[in-house]
Design a protein around this ligand. Structure first.
Ligand SMILES: NC(=O)C1=CN([C@@H]2O[C@H](COP(=O)(O)OP(=O)(O)OC[C@H]3O[C@@H](n4cnc5c(N)ncnc54)[C@H](O)[C@@H]3O)[C@@H](O)[C@H]2O)C=CC1
Ligand SMILES: Nc1nc(O)c(N)c(N[C@@H]2O[C@H](COP(=O)(O)O)[C@@H](O)[C@H]2O)n1
Length: 220
């Protein structure tokens, strides 16, 4: 499976505010680039922190691109995937609508009652890991289900775990021209952080988009 990570940050590397409220960092041009990435993906992955903060849809916005996917024998939208160790996704979350399949990656610690109500809401539950989602095992299961290209959109906790597990094949970051600040505000890569063996990246491209830049990296 190919794992592509994409997110938007402020100049100071923040994904949103200290209140974890969604900030529109990208402009029209960058949101269109993200839409192209979604249209090329079999599934879009976020952490449950992002679901609770943003209630995202994660679908392809452009009708032309959805039609093109259908023409190519694919579903109109990529599947939605949430890393959600304890099945905290609300059963009325937008990403559980009928526009695409939705997988919830849970750990053995996820209560049965919550799994059941999420199954009733249409989710496919994938269990991997004891206390926290084992991303390597969970992504293997998705791959067996036909997910060859996965777009991970964040947040920072999830992106850290993807790097920590050596699962990132590409990273693109839109850096918008604003400062958010705040020591508690989420950054591109949070989690425990690395103290050695820092994942090293090759900068393969830089594009000026809207009032910012998109940095494209691959692991060395
Ligand atoms: N600017 C941007 O491009 C984006 C911004 N955001 C922002 O990021 C914030 C949410 O980010 P975070 O709080 O970091 O949450 P997150 O979206 O990374 O979710 C983290 C949660 O996922 C669950 N999880 C399950 N297995 C995990 C694993 N193996 N590794 C890591 N997490 C795992 C845990 O419950 C964990 O608390 C929101 O404020 C949202 O608006 C989110 C996505 C993109
Ligand atoms: N690329 C990008 N730029 C921004 O400025 C953002 N705030 C985000 N946020 C991500 O997009 C999701 C919302 O998706 P829908 O519009 O609901 O489909 C949000 O949850 C973040 O993952 N991304």
């Amino acid at each position: 499976m190919e794992v592509v990570v994409n997110a938007a940050t402020s100049v100071d590397g923040k994904l949103s505010t200290r209140e974890r409220r969604q900030v529109r960092i990208s402009g029209e041009g960058d949101f269109d680039r993200v839409d192209r990435l979604r249209a090329a993906a079999d599934a879009v992955l976020v952490g449950v922190g992002t679901v609770l903060a943003d209630d995202p849809h994660l679908g392809v916005k452009s009708e032309d691109r959805r039609v093109e996917r259908l023409r190519n024998g694919r579903p109109a939208n990529p599947a939605r995937v949430v890393a959600d160790s304890r099945a905290r996704t609300p059963p009325d979350a937008t990403l559980l609508d009928d526009d695409a399949d939705t997988y919830l990656l849970v750990s053995a610690a996820a209560p049965e009652r919550r799994r059941d109500s999420l199954r009733e809401a249409g989710a496919t539950i994938v269990e991997a890991g004891e206390d926290r989602v084992d991303l390597t095992a969970a992504l293997d299961e998705l791959e067996a289900d036909g997910v060859a290209r996965l777009l991970a959109e964040g947040g920072g906790e999830l992106i850290y775990s993807l790097f920590d597990a050596g699962l990132v094949d590409e990273l693109s970051v839109f850096v918008g021209s604003l400062v958010i600040g705040g020591r508690e505000a989420p950054t591109l890569v949070d989690g425990e952080g690395f103290v050695a063996d820092f994942p090293a990246l090759d900068l393969v491209d830089v594009d000026r988009v809207d009032d910012g830049v998109v940095l494209h990296y691959r692991p060395t």
